[in-house]
Ligand binder design. Structure first.
Ligand SMILES: Nc1ncnc2c1ncn2[C@@H]1O[C@H](COP(=O)(O)OP(=O)(O)OP(=O)(O)O)[C@@H](O)[C@H]1O
Ligand SMILES: [Mg+2]
Length: 290
């Protein structure tokens, strides 16, 4: 039963050229195909300009997508009459530049924008705003009346995330969510995403040029290079291809960098390591405890 359900999102030979038909045309994505299943945590990773945000924008219906290429729950989103409002209710996107999605001047009003537009009652909206802000570490009583533009970059990113969370969409897409956050902010956001995915059975899609946080958060990586999908598989499987990854200008996680160095001494040293503890265990196996 579960297996016969269509993937929640699917790209089929998706291609996209900005300014198509003009002298400044630039091909951003070429022939990209992959499926995302309900409940998966997928990292779309690749160097800068590799096409990550273009793929995100295709899910948001922000691009003129050609028919037959982008599907949500098996339905072609470019088909005439497709219910775009429903797509917006189901796929929540935190864009790369959070300021671009902040609409209201005041924090509480901004987070309330989505639920209000979706037709929720004032009481329900307030409850969601309160919950979302508290979850993001911006306590509602303290932050609801603050001016968005007086907040730090990291706080504004959290406001943007709170606004999307308040929509309670089954799919959550985050484009470079860790950018501009300090290590503590990153750790908190990572923990929050773990918790949400668990509690709400979210389908989570994270775009990043760094595998550091994404390798802890995701089950699977789709790796882009120059607008094409060059690898697609479970996180550890992709991390085993460390030499290919290193050529792509993607930031590798510390334990993977360490493991790659150790290959000079131990050619069979594994690189599919997610934590410092795993790295240490592999070292101990080879040289014994210090
Ligand atoms: N609005 C646009 N007009 C023209 N070209 C664009 C536009 N947006 C993106 N591009 C081009 O499309 C390609 C892919 O860009 P995209 O932003 O999707 O990559 P990205 O992986 O998200 O990069 P980054 O890591 O810098 O966010 C790049 O060559 C970029 O210059
Ligand atoms: Mg981008």
């Amino acid at each position: 039963m579960e297996d016969s359900a269509p993937p929640i999102l699917e790209l089929r030979h998706f291609g996209y050229t900005y300014l198509e038909g003009t002298p400044r045309a630039s091909e951003a994505i070429r022939d990209a195909s992959f499926e995302i299943r309900r409940g998966e945590r997928v990292g779309i990773v690749g160097a800068t300009q590799s096409g990550k945000s273009t793929i995100v924008d295709s899910f948001a219906h922000l691009l003129r997508v050609k028919p037959g290429q982008v599907f949500y729950e098996g339905r072609d989103i470019a088909e005439p009459g497709y219910d775009r409002a429903r797509l917006r209710r189901e796929v929540g996107i935190v864009f790369q530049r959070p300021d671009s999605q902040i609409i209201e001047d005041v924090v509480g009003a901004d987070v309330a924008f989505g639920p209000t537009a979706a037709g929720l009652s004032a009481a329900e909206t307030r409850e969601r705003v309160e919950e979302s802000l508290n979850t993001l570490g911006l306590p509602y009583p303290e932050y609801r009346l603050r001016y968005v533009h007086a907040l730090s970059g990291g706080q504004r990113r959290r406001v943007a995330i709170a606004g999307v969370l308040a929509m309670r969409t089954p799919v959550l897409v985050l484009d470079e969510p860790m950018a501009g956050l300090d290590p503590r902010g990153r750790r908190e956001l990572l923990e929050l995403l773990f918790r949400l995915q668990d509690e709400r059975d979210l389908t989570l899609i994270v775009c990043s040029a760094s595998l550091t946080d994404a390798s802890l958060l995701c089950d699977r990586f789709v790796v882009l290079d120059g607008g094409t999908v060059v690898m697609d598989g479970p996180v550890r499987e992709v991390l085993r291809e460390v030499d290919r990854l290193a050529k792509l200008d993607i930031t590798l996680p510390e334990p993977v960098i360490g493991a790659r160095e150790l290959r000079k001494l131990f050619p069979d040293f594994p690189t599919d390591l997610l934590t410092e503890d795993e790295l240490e265990a592999e070292i101990v196996k080879r040289i014994g405890a210090a």
